[in-house]
Design a protein around this ligand. Structure first.
Ligand code: BGC
Length: 483
């Protein structure tokens, strides 16, 4: 690589890393609440259902945030929307931390949720539009990497501030979120708008200038020519109507579908269930919870780093098939681990870590990457917000139905739960069976992926657009030139 190419690469890596702080906030603010909740509950003397409301309001905020800002991102630009989310993240962290009453805590969690929903699609969208084609996958995966770092940081912040003699220790846990929010806010002020959005608004000069700083010189002219072609084909500002048109049907199925499989293989229930699994492997009480969060968190971060190196080499399809096959096999083993308590406990722990590793190299980063790749510029904001919205909706649905599924299986077996026990104490097979349901979903995901996962590696965003316009199938997409 010559000096100029190296310089160009470091510029985009810095840009992408600053923007990816939005991922850190996503991971941190969704993760931090679990350690804060026991203190919040004691401090405000909340009932369990009030606790559920506080947690759920954050998620509802994320859904609302993703739902209403997709079009705004297409109108106002990517940068302004990310800046606005950074302001909400910073003020939301202070507001939730200071909340004097329960209603204020709920409203402030909802407010913070809005920023989570907005940043979860606008940040990967921003990176994907500013990234050079060759390393677009790697750069967008930085977003997922920072989500996993955020989850780990939330856990560490919870641990650092948890103090049983101080009922208000939840406040500093939440204040910590201000730091990454300020990094995002200050950093974004200095970052440019994406060349693609500028060009789509007719600001060609500036768009070209920014693109010249980031894109490969060999690809520069092609990309600009393709952007112009795309703009010439359709000058209208498109919206909801456009996105439901037949030529974009596959893009929509891909965005919603990949988020369906990302969530319905049960990632958040596995993370949620990890302390129990460690408990069954012989770790004790609090020790089990700590071991689970640290080990799961670290494996998650490490394997997301692996994905950065392979996503633009192996390509999206290969990574998807390797990852989802591994996820299915690991889920089958986890189910088995529950069926064979005693002998199966270490088997269970290892299968769970293997599961996390396969998720981290595939569905984790691929979900957020693909939703930003499959839509044309004019509706890319709206399209990826629909992907993000699906993610939050499915996430809520899976977590909400997990215990219901396990108890339905328990009821069918006439399991009676004695006082002070939980279902998995008396019926581990009930929980194990749910992991088999997730495994079945993963297997269906393999078939779905064969038809719908497009190989976007090395393909410019404009070529993807042209592919849909030509009415071609997702699996027929491939790069058109050697790079
Ligand atoms: C998912 C989250 C999940 C996280 C785990 C993300 O891609 O969207 O639901 O908790 O990965 O690393």
């Amino acid at each position: 690589m010559n000096e100029k190419a190296k310089h160009r690469k470091s510029v985009v890596v810095v840009i992408a890393s600053i923007a990816a702080t939005g991922g850190l906030l996503f991971g941190f603010d969704t993760g931090v609440i679990s350690g804060a909740i026991p203190f919040i509950q004691d401090y405000f003397e909340l009932t369990d259902s009030q606790v559920e409301n506080v947690t759920a309001l954050g998620l509802i905020g994320a859904v609302v945030g993703a739902l209403f800002t997709g079009r705004i991102t297409d109108y106002l630009g990517r940068k302004k929307v990310i800046l606005a989310s950074a302001v909400i993240f910073a003020t939301g962290a202070i507001w939730t931390g200071m909340a004097p009453t329960v209603p204020q805590l709920m409203i402030s969690r909802f407010y913070l949720g809005l920023a989570i929903g907005v940043s979860s699609f606008s940040v990967p969208l921003y990176i994907s539009e500013i990234a050079p084609t060759k390393i677009r996958g790697t750069l967008v995966s930085l977003f997922q990497l920072l989500i996993t770092v955020g989850i780990l940081a939330a856990y560490l912040s919870d641990r650092a501030f948890a103090d049983n003699s101080n009922l208000e220790s939840w406040r500093p846990m939440l204040y910590v979120g201000v730091v990454p929010a300020l990094i995002l806010l200050i950093g974004m002020i200095f970052l440019p708008e994406t060349p693609r959005w500028l060009m789509s608004k007719g600001r060609e000069e500036l768009g070209r200038k920014i693109l010249a700083r980031t894109e490969d010189p060999e690809l520069l002219d092609t990309v600009i020519a393709e952007m112009k072609k795309e703009i010439a084909i359709d000058k209208r500002q498109a919206g909801w109507k456009e996105i439901f048109k037949p030529w974009l049907r596959n893009a929509l199925i891909i965005a919603v579908g990949i988020m369906f499989f990302q969530q319905f293989v049960g990632i958040n229930t596995v993370i949620y269930y990890s302390p129990k699994i460690f408990l069954s492997a012989g770790f004790e009480g609090a020790e089990a919870a700590i071991a689970a969060s640290v080990i799961v968190g670290v494996v998650n971060v490490l394997f997301t780093i692996v994905s950065l190196f392979v996503i633009d080499r192996l390509g999206r399809r290969k990574l998807y098939f390797i990852g989802v096959s591994g996820i299915a096999a690991a889920l089958i083993c986890m189910g088995l681990g529950f069926m064979l308590p005693g002998a199966g406990k270490w088997f269970l722990v290892i299968s769970m870590l293997v599961y996390i590793a396969f998720f981290a190299i595939s569905l984790g980063p691929l979900g957020w990457l693909i939703i930003t790749e499959v839509f044309p510029t004019r509706v890319r904001g709206l399209g990826s917000s629909i992907g993000s919205l699906s993610n939050w909706g499915f996430n809520t649905l899976v977590v909400w139905t997990f215990f219901k599924m396990a108890s339905a299986i328990g009821n069918a077996k006439d399991v009676v739960i004695p006082e002070g026990k939980v279902l998995s104490d008396v019926c581990p097979t009930c929980v194990g069976s749910v992991f088999w349901i997730f495994a079945a979903v993963a297997l269906i995901g393999l078939v779905w992926g064969y038809y719908f996962i497009p190989e976007t590696k090395g393909v410019t965003l404009e070529e993807i657009d042209a592919h849909w316009r030509a009415g071609k199938k997702p699996r027929e997409l491939k790069k058109q030139r050697e790079m």
